[in-house]
Design a protein around this ligand. Structure first.
Ligand SMILES: [Zn+2]
Length: 164
């Protein structure tokens, strides 16, 4: 990676790749609904993934924050920067509740060939929304699977040691 590439990736800021399809693959729907059935459960999971050691302001590093009731926003008590829970993730810019994304991922995890039309009925959303959600979830899942395969191949390459 050259220096300008590093710069541009820094400029883009925080990116978190979440393979939701693999993440929500539980045994049965009841089990899934127990874990991710409510919006706050989905928020909680995303928070844990994003800030495993607790919230940190990306500007000043302050841990003290408050949450905004109306949107999933966290505001730093020190510099007042607002940080969205979903920025830099596949959910960025979405109006769809997180629990619907999770539900879509669950269905896709169990029925790989699920059509956008069926998803539309399951989520009670427009066809466009269903298609967009499906595309994003599948794309991230494929990317992650591909990366895992590559890592696996690299890890299993025969190690050739050359004597000094
Ligand atoms: Zn701050």
């Amino acid at each position: 990676m050259n220096k300008s590439a590093i710069h541009s990736s820094l400029q883009k800021g925080f990116i978190m790749e979440i393979d939701l399809i693999s993440l929500v693959k539980t045994k049965g729907f009841e089990h899934f609904a127990d874990k991710f059935g409510t919006e706050s459960q989905c928020h909680e999971l995303l928070f844990q993934l994003r800030w495993p050691d607790g919230f940190r302001c990306p500007s000043c590093g302050c841990a003290k924050h408050c949450t905004l009731k109306t949107r999933p926003l966290y505001q730093c008590n020190h510099c007042h920067r607002q940080q969205s829970l979903i920025s830099g993730t596949i959910f960025q810019g979405t109006k769809l509740p997180l629990k619907d994304w999770f539900k879509a991922a669950y269905f896709l995890a169990h029925q790989k060939k699920l059509s956008a039309l069926s998803l539309m009925h399951e989520l009670k959303v427009s066809y466009d929304t269903a298609r967009r959600v499906k595309r994003k979830l599948i794309k991230q899942h494929q990317l992650t699977t591909e990366k895992a395969k590559t890592a696996h191949r690299v890890n299993h390459l025969p190690i050739i040691t050359t004597p000094l």
